[in-house]
Design a protein around this ligand. Structure first.
Ligand SMILES: NC(=O)c1ccc[n+]([C@@H]2O[C@H](COP(=O)([O-])OP(=O)(O)OC[C@H]3O[C@@H](n4cnc5c(N)ncnc54)[C@H](OP(=O)(O)O)[C@@H]3O)[C@@H](O)[C@H]2O)c1
Length: 369
């Protein structure tokens, strides 16, 4: 395992951390699955992973509780990152959320406390003033943000007086590396870590022949799997720490085996060149989304009856206030007979946010693969 400092803090973390979502909630969980997860967490620590990422959102606190239970006798050996929901980014919400997270985790402090998504209805000054107080009071060691654009990251320094944020937790993978990597120098200069998620989420997607040949050659040359090549590629970039999540111990073994080789500088450049998916704008009517989502009217979208977090309204307002819209992910269809030419790849909340903003009248920013 390779270790890096988290931002400018003295917190030392494994460059591959483990995520904890997807194990149900307090009312609805599978004890076998939970037990298996706890084994995975223990095994990860034995293999050098010390960064464990959780959130009050995950299973409404169940993920935090299980993580705390697993490591109650090993607290000092691990680094816990948790997150506050956008709705709780207010003065009172933050103070309540941190206490509840700490209680569920069975600890006195959280190493890295992150805003899960910006709340555009709360001023950043209010949120960061309280976060700084929480650091000074010893509840948290470092402050992080998630899903912030580079200009939103830059704004945080206006509101933090004594400390800087340590990290921005964003999606990073071959289809979505361009934005992060073009700003890498900013992260390096300002000593802010990028904590990447989603790196293995899209393993099954089709690559072009050229991309596939490049990946095949690397796997042969280093005798490594695709997940190992990808983990090594991203973690070899300064400032980048990755998170992965698995319920499969064999996958965990594979993932931690990603650090005994180095890609050459030329191969890293090739990665960047070959996988440049830039943001395009796609007409809304060309996107084929499941019928049940199509029929939502604006009133239903506003009500957020599916309880999506962040809500479509939050995403829409983030665009209005910060000019930031995280692109939709779309799959290009090879089917010329239909009007819809792009398949929806989840992420309903972004699609609905765009409906709030422009309905079908403006094309939506998207990454197409
Ligand atoms: N801040 C945010 O907004 C945000 C958003 C998303 C995620 N996160 C955090 O990031 C963590 C990582 O999440 P992620 O979904 O991005 O993780 P990921 O590791 O990129 O994707 C997880 C998927 O990859 C599979 N997988 C893992 N290792 C594999 C391997 N070696 N071979 C094949 N498949 C493999 C897993 O299946 P198996 O279980 O079968 O291995 C699972 O289906 C989360 O747990 C969470 O803590 C944060």
């Amino acid at each position: 395992m390779i270790y890096k400092n988290l931002g400018s803090s003295n917190i030392r973390v494994s460059t591959l951390g483990l995520g904890t979502n997807g194990i149900g909630n307090f009312q609805n969980n599978n004890p076998d699955k939970t037990h298996n997860r706890q084994k995975i967490y223990q095994f990860a620590l034995e293999r050098g992973i010390n960064l464990f990422d959780t959130a009050e959102l995950y299973g409404e606190g169940y993920a935090e509780f299980i993580l705390g239970e697993t490591f109650k006798k090993k607290r000092e050996q691990i680094v816990i990152s948790s997150k506050v929901n956008p709705d709780n980014c207010t003065h009172f919400g933050l103070k309540r959320s941190i206490k509840e997270s700490i209680k569920r985790l069975g600890t006195d402090y959280i190493d890295l406390y992150q805003i899960h998504w910006i709340n555009p209805f709360v001023e950043l000054e209010e949120t960061f003033t309280i976060l700084e107080e929480l650091v000074l009071a010893g509840y948290i060691r470092a402050i992080g943000v998630c899903n912030f654009s580079i200009s939103m990251v830059a704004q945080t320094s206006k509101y933090l007086k004594k400390i800087k944020i340590s990290s921005n937790h964003i999606e990073i993978n071959l289809f979505n590396q361009y934005e992060a990597l073009k700003n890498l120098h900013y992260y390096q200069e300002n000593k802010i870590s990028i904590i990447g998620y989603g790196v293995l989420n899209h393993l099954n997607l089709n690559f072009t022949k050229k991309q596939q040949a490049f990946l095949d050659d690397l796997q042969k040359e280093y005798n490594k799997t695709l997940s190992q090549i990808l983990i090594r590629y991203f973690t070899s970039l300064e400032s980048i720490i990755l998170l992965s999540r698995t319920d499969n111990i064999e996958h965990l073994k594979t993932n931690v085996g990603s650090f005994d080789f180095n890609l050459t500088a030329k191969q890293r450049q090739q990665f960047y060149k070959l996988f440049q998916y830039k943001v395009q704008t796609i007409p809304m009517e060309k996107i084929k989304i499941p019928q049940q989502f199509k029929k939502f009217n604006n009133f239903e979208i506003f009500k957020n009856q599916n309880n999506l977090i962040p809500s479509p309204l939050t995403i829409a307002q983030t665009f209005v206030k910060y000019n930031y819209f995280k692109p939709l992910k779309l799959l290009e269809k090879n089917d010329y007979y239909y009007l819809d030419s792009y398949d929806f790849y989840g992420e309903l909340k972004k699609y609905l946010a765009w409906r709030i903003l422009y309905d079908f009248s403006k094309p939506i920013p998207s990454i197409v693969f």
